[in-house]
Design a protein around this ligand. Structure first.
Ligand code: SIN
Length: 306
């Protein structure tokens, strides 16, 4: 049962045995189908911090049809660029944050406050838990509304469009996203993502920072669950019959490998970021995880919600 596995992996004392956690860096004992990337010219124009698609390692898990995994397709610079985006740009207006409800930001942004040496910074930094972009997810009603939306960030739509096209989902449109910010003791309870009108469209989940144990069950809470390691840069796509499965994050583990620190000199790379921003963001990500979860809300051809 999903709940039992969640409790098992969440436990600190006793700590769980991780031998059964699926590790797609060593897929020898996992039933997988290797997927070939659809190569398009689009990636040459703007790579959004991605390695060339020819180098991506992509699997579908045969026991979870439709669940696709891309092993970190990002360059080290790409990881830095997206970590900064999430911390500096996606944590302020026009996006909605969990901390908005606390009324603690007075004409300042979370980023401006949190990377100074102050008592306030120490208190506020771990309080950021999520932000919503595009159609804002309503956590109470679980309904999207035309009255509650921002524009989707262009670079995030662009990144998702490349990922989608490379996997053959050429009609995908990024219309809503949730950015989840995890501290080392954070968890995300089991849930299904069913608020979107269009649940036939895939959902893209991109992780940075420390490693998660990602738990994925079946369509019902009673179904058994599989645990999978998600490391920095890994992308999971919930498509087909996996789109409405229960999933959650019972544990964050410290990573032994730090891909954002790798030396990724590549003269063809177009992506840039500010070094001072990275110096700040790096102090955050050494003890945190970020997940960007991108969805299509509307049916093909639908212009507004009704
Ligand atoms: C989510 O399901 O919203 C996030 C999953 C994750 O953090 O990997």
């Amino acid at each position: 049962m999903f709940r039992d596995s969640f409790k098992y992996y969440k436990s600190r004392n006793p700590a769980p045995n991780l031998d059964d956690v699926i590790d797609l860096e060593n897929p020898d004992h996992v039933k997988v189908r290797k997927i070939k990337a659809n190569i398009s010219d689009e990636q040459d124009e703007n790579n959004f911090g991605l390695k060339p698609a020819e180098k991506w390692i992509i699997y579908e898990l045969l026991d979870i049809p439709g669940l696709i995994f891309i092993q970190n397709p990002f360059t080290p610079n790409g990881q830095r660029y997206w970590i900064i985006k999430c911390l500096k740009d996606y944590s302020k207006e026009p996006y909605k944050l969990n901390i908005d409800a606390h009324n603690i930001l007075a004409n300042e942004t979370w980023w401006e406050i949190c990377f100074q040496m102050s008592e306030r910074a120490k208190i506020l930094l771990p309080k950021l838990r999520w932000s919503t972009l595009g159609y804002h997810h309503n956590w109470d009603t679980k309904l999207y509304s035309e009255n509650s939306k921002s524009a989707m960030p262009m670079e995030l739509s662009g990144l998702t469009s490349i990922l989608a096209k490379t996997l053959g989902f050429s009609d995908f449109k990024a219309e809503a996203a949730i950015v989840n910010y995890y501290r080392m003791n954070s968890t995300l309870a089991g849930h299904t993502d069913h608020s979107e009108m269009n649940v036939a469209a895939p959902l893209f989940s991109i992780s940075f920072g420390q490693t998660a144990i990602f738990l994925i069950g079946g369509p019902k809470q009673e179904d058994s669950a599989n645990a999978i390691f998600l490391r920095s840069g890994d992308v999971v796509i919930m498509s087909g019959s996996s789109r409405l499965r229960y999933h959650g994050v019972p544990k964050i583990l410290s990573t032994s490998r730090i891909p954002w620190d790798d030396n990724g000199e590549d003269n063809r790379e177009i992506i840039t970021y500010n070094y001072d921003d990275w110096r700040k963001a790096r102090t955050y990500i050494v003890e945190a995880r970020i997940n960007m979860n991108i969805r299509q809300v509307l049916e093909p051809g639908q212009i507004v919600l009704y």
